[in-house]
Structures are given as structure tokens and as C-alpha cells.
Design a binder for this molecule. Structure first.
Ligand code: SAM
Ligand code: DTB
Ligand code: SF4
Length: 324
């Protein structure tokens, strides 16, 4: 039974279980709803890079910080679709296009993104975008083009959020999520651990997600990629056991969602990543680049999955209505 009335106490009790008990429960829930030997491979592409007006303290693309980043205007449709094709050939069934915008633009740039979405869907892949805030008309146009999912992270608890981002509010994030939901596009919404937050902040984020009805279909759990020049560059890395606890808790409270072991895998050993997959994550990003930072090589992931006796899903996993 899916629950939407979780409290912080409930979630804290789950998170703090002895690790063997936590993993046992997470695995039970996982196999009730998913194939435990299969993970979805997704690929990311930064379609517009850098010069972002927001001040997200973790982000190399914010114009507020001096990072070694090469900015790039919006890519063209052909380049983007070539990358999507290559990602498909590498085993990805979902293609996520990210843009460093505070909010999606209106006009020809938006039209171009809509065309990218149609093109990715025509390849038979799931299409996901993360473009910042959307108005209803933009959400509806993306839905019409067949967009499978919109990624818009809440990042952390409402209480800790203000220490990470000051240029937009938690409520603005929630408002965009509500518009996406209304348009019929599925939600991809998660956050980042390792930004100096408390365990209650991590659980406060999960609570925000698990109290939604329906739960976001996709929940990316990132650990901070510490980028030189950002205010968070000197924070300590998140350990694999902590990462796995957050994933297992997400798996238990949102049983049918796809929980994605997202940014931060390079900081983990193979065994650390294995633990996160055993804790109930069922998706990874494939390819040696996330948006702007490195990710394990596809060949390394292939080896890891094969050593675990696991495999990439061959078919898309999220149903959406066809483009109209
Ligand atoms: N600008 C849009 C927005 O913020 O919604 C879309 C792109 S933004 C880069 C997408 C997500 O990437 C952020 O919400 C954040 O959760 C994640 N992210 C960005 N920088 C990160 C980092 N250094 N480590 C981990 N996750 C990061
Ligand atoms: C998400 O939660 N993680 C991805 C995706 N959504 C867009 C992005 C991770 C970005 C990591 C930092 C970078 O490569 O720039
Ligand atoms: Fe901009 Fe998104 Fe980076 Fe924040 S996370 S600075 S909104 S690109």
C-alpha cells in the first residue's frame, strides 16, 4: 500500500534502523515492485551551460561563483539528437536535457527545446528536461511534445534550503512541480546530500516527496559533487553507508518510484555503489559526464553491473501519453 501521510518520526525510525534490518526491508519493498537485477541507464546532456543567475551554492553553473566552466549557448537540435542516439547505443533508455536557466525562456529557444523533446521521443527513448521554472503554458507544450518527465529538484529540506539558495524560494519550486503534474508529465524530483545538512534535513526532503500524491515517479538522490570555486567545495564527502541509508529510506517510503543513484558515484568505491544498488536504487547515469562534471566510464559501469549479475533495462520504464 502506498502511503502519503509519512511523518518525520516514521521516516527517522526507518532511516535509523540497524543497517541489516534497513537493507532487508528496502530489498523486500524493492522486489515487490521492481526487478531487483535491472537498472535503468539514463544519459545527461547539458544543452545550455553556465551563466545561470541563480546562486545555488553547489552549482558550478551559477554566475555568482568563479568556476572553471566553459559556458555554452543552447545547442542545436541536430547536435542534441546525435548525442541522444549515441546514448541509446550505449544502453541508455532515458535522455535528460539540462539547461542552466532560472526559468525556461519564451520564444525560439523554447521552440527548439520542444523540437529536441520530439526528436528524443522519436528515437524511442524516454525524454526528460530540466530547464528551471516553468509556467503552465510551457509545461503543457512540453507535455504535448511527449516529454516523459520534468526534473526539478527540491534539493533539501525547506528548513535548510535558505542556506543553499537565496534567489528563489522553496514555494516557487513546488509551484513549478504542481504545473508539471497538471500537464500530465511525470515528475522527477529529488535532492542532494552532503551539503552540510543534518540527517533530519535529508529526511525532511524525503518527506516532502513522500507526502505528495502521487509520489514523484522518479527520485534522483545526488551526493554533492564538490566543485572548485563553489561555496561548498571544501565540505567532506558523503560516505557510502550514509548514501545507502538515504536511498533505502526513499525506497521504503516511495515503493513504486524509480530511485536514481545520481551524481557523486565517482566518490564511491565499486562496493559503495553496489551497496546503494542493494539498498534499492534502480537507475544510474551512464556516460563519463553528468552535466558539467565527470561520471564513471560506461565500460566501468558495465563491468560493475556484470560483476553483480545485474543488467541494464532494455526498454523504457516510464509510461507517458504519446505526443499529440
Ligand atoms: N537550472 C535548472 C534547475 O536548477 O532546476 C536545471 C539544471 S540543475 C544543474 C539540475 C540539478 O542538478 C539541480 O537541481 C541539482 O540538484 C543538481 N546539481 C547541480 N550541481 C550539483 C552538484 N555539484 N552536485 C550534485 N548535484 C548537483
Ligand atoms: C539530478 O538530480 N541530477 C542530475 C540531473 N538531475 C539533471 C544533474 C547532476 C549534476 C551534477 C553536477 C554537474 O555535472 O554539473
Ligand atoms: Fe542555475 Fe540550476 Fe545551477 Fe541553480 S542548479 S545555479 S538554477 S543551473
Amino acid at each position: 500500500m502506498l502511503r502519503h501521510d509519512w511523518t518525520l518520526d516514521d521516516v527517522r525510525q526507518i532511516h535509523d534502523l540497524p543497517l541489516p534490518e534497513l537493507l532487508y526491508r528496502a530489498q523486500g519493498v524493492h522486489r515487490e515492485h521492481h526487478d531487483p537485477a535491472a537498472v535503468q541507464g539514463c544519459a545527461l546532456l547539458s544543452i545550455k551551460t553556465g551563466h545561470c543567475p541563480e546562486d545555488c551554492a553547489y552549482c558550478p553553473q551559477s554566475a555568482h561563483y568563479k568556476t572553471e566552466l566553459e559556458a555554452q549557448r543552447l545547442l542545436d537540435v541536430t547536435e542534441t539528437l546525435a548525442m541522444a542516439k549515441a546514448a541509446k547505443a550505449n544502453g541508455a533508455t532515458r535522455f535528460c536535457m539540462g539547461a542552466a536557466w532560472r526559468e525556461a525562456p519564451r520564444g525560439p529557444e523554447f521552440d527548439r527545446v520542444v523540437e529536441m523533446v520530439r526528436g528524443v521521443r522519436d528515437l524511442g527513448m524516454e525524454a526528460c528536461c530540466t530547464l528551471g521554472m516553468l509556467d503552465q503554458d510551457q509545461a503543457d507544450r512540453l507535455a504535448e511534445a511527449g516529454l516523459t518527465a520534468y526534473n526539478h529538484n527540491l534539493d533539501t529540506s525547506p528548513e535548510f534550503y535558505g542556506q543553499i539558495i537565496t534567489t528563489r524560494t522553496y514555494q516557487e519550486r513546488l509551484d513549478t512541480l504542481a504545473r508539471v503534474r497538471l500537464s500530465g508529465i511525470t515528475l522527477c524530483c529529488g535532492g542532494i546530500i552532503g551539503m552540510g545538512e543534518s540527517v533530519d534535513d535529508r529526511l525532511g526532503l524525503l518527506l516532502q516527496l513522500a507526502r505528495q500524491d502521487p509520489h514523484p515517479e522518479s527520485v534522483p538522490i545526488n551526493s554533492l559533487v564538490r566543485v572548485h570555486g563553489t561555496p561548498l567545495e571544501k565540505l567532506p564527502p558523503v560516505g557510502a553507508l550514509e548514501f545507502a541509508r538515504v536511498i533505502a529510506t526513499a525506497r521504503i517510503i516511495m515503493p513504486t518510484s524509480i530511485v536514481r543513484l545520481s551524481a557523486g558515484r565517482l566518490e564511491l568505491s565499486d562496493e559503495g555503489q553496489a551497496l546503494c544498488l542493494l539498498a534499492g536504487a534502480n537507475s544510474i547515469f551512464l556516460g563519463d559526464r553528468l552535466l558539467t562534471t565527470p561520471n564513471p566510464e560506461a565500460s566501468h559501469d558495465e563491468r560493475l553491473l556484470s560483476r553483480m549479475g545485474m543488467r541494464l533495462c532494455e526498454e523504457p520504464m516510464t509510461e507517458t501519453r504519446p505526443p499529440s
